[in-house]
Design a protein around this ligand. Structure first.
Ligand code: NDP
Length: 360
């Protein structure tokens, strides 16, 4: 499979000099992308609800409007609101205010890739999905390092979609590092797979390690520092990204390398792969999205989060942080489900019981 990777030399920002660009949603991505585009010389306005985010946009010196008015005044609209509210906001506040030939830009492939939005056929539809959190999008723009992104063209109404995509990508700062072209759906699948396969598998391994050591009598303070609180792991991750997955092991002692590699083989035959393949298939087929779109899943989500707050590790971590004189952050409070929600969930009571037991 060939892959197209774009850099600064592939884009011409001057094609956007007469365009008005609105950033809808001045949150994590919105603020950073708006500031970067303005610093790249583009004409950027902000559309947001009346809230603290809007106040920040005003403080940052942007002209701000309601979402509807910002879209009306613009040629290009960046839709940088949370994916879960996109369907409603797009249908009610954005789509009716778009004009023929407008460009719509998303930062995630989820809604378009899984056909959850009713897109106007007379617009260009683009994606610039940073592989970087919002603060990093701004910081790496300022340092000149840039960040990776996945980019896509879903609709090319004007015939200029690709050159606009590259110009906007350059203005945001991602082409300094590189942008890979793919489809909206592929971006969404990769993102969901990381969240649903690697993330939980890693979390399970981490918790099992912690419990094994604590049950064997090692002090929780020492165990949590060893396993993640020192921040050493994130340093290893940075090294993996910078110099390579295996090469970074050279930064560890020979004892560490020998122990990890000789014992590593014990985990290689665990049947993780079929579970991951099944997860991938669920995502690719749209089964996951269909499930998440159902109302019952919102109640299920609330209940699982409630169980998650009850896990032993939360109490332990709180105590350890106190003993180590570290700042304590209250674990998110989740209300127990209402009678009505419990009734709805009775339909899947066996599944719910499993969560309750596993999160003990
Ligand atoms: P945020 O959670 O930071 O929210 C963005 C903005 O949306 C805020 O201004 C928020 O205002 C507004 N908003 C929330 N709900 C509504 C609503 N119902 N109607 C109108 N505005 C609303 O979003 P992110 O920046 O994290 O995500 C934006 C996009 O970027 C998403 O598509 C996401 O997938 C993508 N993305 C995010 C990354 C990240 O690191 N966060 C990385 C790469 C892509 P308020 O809170 O006041 O409601």
């Amino acid at each position: 499979m060939t892959v197209n990777i774009y850099h600064d030399k592939d884009a011409d920002i001057s094609i956007l000099e007469d365009s008005v660009i609105c950033v809808i949603g001045y949150g994590n991505q919105g603020r950073s992308q708006a500031l970067n585009m303005r610093d790249s010389g583009l004409n950027v306005i902000v559309g947001n609800m009346e809230d603290n985010y809007k106040k920040t946009a005003i403080k940052d010196g942007f002209e701000t409007f309601s979402i509807e008015d910002a879209v009306k005044k613009s040629d290009i609209s960046f839709i940088l609101i949370p994916d879960e509210v996109m369907k409603e906001v797009f249908a009610e506040n954005i789509k009716p205010n778009l004009k023929e030939g407008n460009t719509i830009v998303f930062a995630s492939g989820y809604n378009v890739g899984f056909n959850l939005l009713d897109l106007p056929s007379n617009s260009d539809v683009l994606m610039i999905a940073p592989r970087m959190i919002g603060v990093g999008v701004r910081e790496t723009f300022l340092t000149g390092e840039g960040f990776f992104s996945f980019i896509a063209v879903e609709q090319d109404y004007t015939g200029e979609a690709m050159s606009r995509l590259l110009a906007l990508s350059k203005a945001i700062g991602t082409l300094k590092k590189g942008a890979i072209k793919m489809s909206f759906k592929d971006e969404a699948v990769l993102d969901l797979f990381n969240e649903q396969a690697f993330g939980p598998a890693f979390g399970r391994v981490l918790l099992t390690s912690i419990n094994t050591l604590i049950d064997a009598g090692y002090p929780p303070e020492a165990v949590l520092i060893e396993m993640y609180m020192s921040g050493e792991m994130s340093y290893t991750y940075q090294k993996m990204a910078k110099i390579g997955l295996v090469k970074q092991t050279y930064f560890h002692s020979h004892t560490s390398q020998y122990g990890a590699m000789s014992r590593g083989i014990r985990y290689m035959k665990l049947p993780i792969r079929p579970i991951m393949e099944n997860t991938l298939q669920e995502i690719e087929s749209g089964e996951f999205t269909e499930e998440w779109e159902k109302r019952i899943s919102k109640s299920k989500f609330k209940l699982i989060r409630f169980f998650a707050t009850k896990q032993k590790i939360n109490k332990l971590e709180k105590q350890v942080r106190k003993n180590l004189k570290m700042k304590s952050y209250d674990i998110f409070e989740e209300e127990p489900p209402t009678e009505e929600e419990i009734k709805v969930l009775e339909k899947i009571s066996d599944e719910i019981k499993q969560f309750e037991e596993l999160y003990e």
